[in-house]
Design a protein around this ligand. Structure first.
Ligand SMILES: [Mg+2]
Length: 374
């Protein structure tokens, strides 16, 4: 191949919609469908890469239509560029648009897919990772009434999930404490429980909730209070008997640096959709590693495609020790060929095919109207 073959020739952007098994409910609202956006980047030499992102209005402040529009402009700026100049492509995306981290993550994922394919290696190898990392996904329980949440907890424990992530953030905090007390009683003492308030409490409610939850052996609490309130977050982090994990308050490496220097959290939840993709997520993981901070990888409503890319990224980092890779399990269909597999005990493994090894079933994509940039 000559350098001419590495030029970006064509980009497809396709908004897709997949119904969820049950509505997914968090303190910031409910969703019934995954409204995702697929990006396929083609090079002159015929190698292509695929990426995907998920919009979540109440967290990202992004709509699917807005993501496609932003994607068109990003795509136009990338046409003709050398795909192997990966960092230049990422810089160009960041220059084209502030924000819009999720559509950037779909482009970034496709660019990494192509580059690993060009090197003939699986993406985890391209990122310096190894197969020695064991990843088992947790399963998330929506914020519902206590009885419904206990029922789900029993069901998932029976299905062998190694940990449960429980959505909280209701007021008054006593109701959340009752939920966890009942779930703990239902699943026994050994099941690791993690909670996520999605910014639903204020400092006062969070203090009550975290102190009340401590006796039930909760591993960590994500996003207890509004993301921007890092002054109270710092107080809470100092006082909480349960480690605080930053999620909505850490989008990118700049946030990670500030939040760790300001002692606002003990752990970070990394999502490719927040960071703008693998390139910036590597920087978050590195800052956390330097600070001795453990991380989780998380998802919104991505299919197995984006979660496959996430798994490859995770394999490159020792300090990522919590795995929330359950979004494909909540969907009524699986439109992805190849890619990660879930084993019976919910271990996540990827293939050794070059790139991330996943792509969308073309018959599925044909159902949706996309745009093509040349
Ligand atoms: Mg979260």
């Amino acid at each position: 191949m000559s350098s001419k073959d590495y030029r970006i020739k064509k980009i497809e952007i396709i908004p897709i919609k997949i119904e969820l098994n049950d509505p997914f409910v968090i303190s910031a609202g409910a969703i019934s469908h995954a409204m995702n956006t697929v990006v396929i980047i083609h090079t002159s030499g015929g190698v292509y890469g695929t990426g995907e992102c998920s919009r979540y209005r109440s967290i990202y402040a992004e709509t699917q239509t807005g993501l496609v529009d932003a994607g068109k402009l990003i795509g136009q700026s990338l046409i003709g560029k050398d795909v192997t100049a990966l960092r230049s492509c990422i810089r160009l995306m960041d220059k084209t648009f502030a924000g819009y981290s999720s559509i950037k993550s779909a482009f970034d994922m496709a660019l990494y897919d192509i580059n690993a394919k060009l090197c003939g290696v699986p993406l985890y190898r391209f990122l310096g990772g190894d197969r020695d990392k064991e990843m088992h996904t947790d399963m998330t329980i929506s914020l519902l009434n206590k009885k419904a949440m206990v029922k789900k907890a029993r069901e998932y424990a029976k299905q062998g999930f190694p940990a449960l992530k429980i959505k909280l953030g209701d007021r008054p905090a006593e109701k959340d404490i009752e939920r966890i007390a009942a779930i703990r009683k239902a699943v026994g003492d050994k099941m690791p429980l993690r909670v996520d308030a999605n910014q639903g409490w204020n400092y006062y409610e969070a203090t009550k909730a975290l102190n009340g939850l401590a006796e039930y052996g909760v591993e960590h609490c994500e996003a207890p209070i509004p993301a921007q309130n890092f002054i109270d977050l710092r107080k809470l982090n100092a006082e909480s008997p349960i480690p605080i994990m930053g999620d909505e308050s850490v989008y990118n490496h700049h946030d990670a640096y500030r939040m760790l220097v300001e002692d606002c959290m003990m752990q970070i939840n990394i999502k490719l959709g927040k960071s703008g993709g693998i390139c910036h997520a590597m920087k978050i993981a590195a800052i956390a590693q330097a600070a001795g901070v453990y991380c989780q990888v998380g998802c919104f409503s991505e299919t197995r495609l984006a979660i496959t890319a996430l798994a490859h990224f995770t394999m490159a980092w020792d300090n990522i020790v919590y795995f929330d890779m359950d979004s494909p399990l909540m969907q009524t269909i699986d439109p992805v060929k190849g890619g990660l597999k879930y084993s019976k005990d919910w271990q996540v493994t990827v293939t050794d095919k070059p790139g991330h090894g996943a792509e969308f079933d073309s018959r599925f994509l044909k159902k949706f109207e996309g745009v093509v940039i040349k």
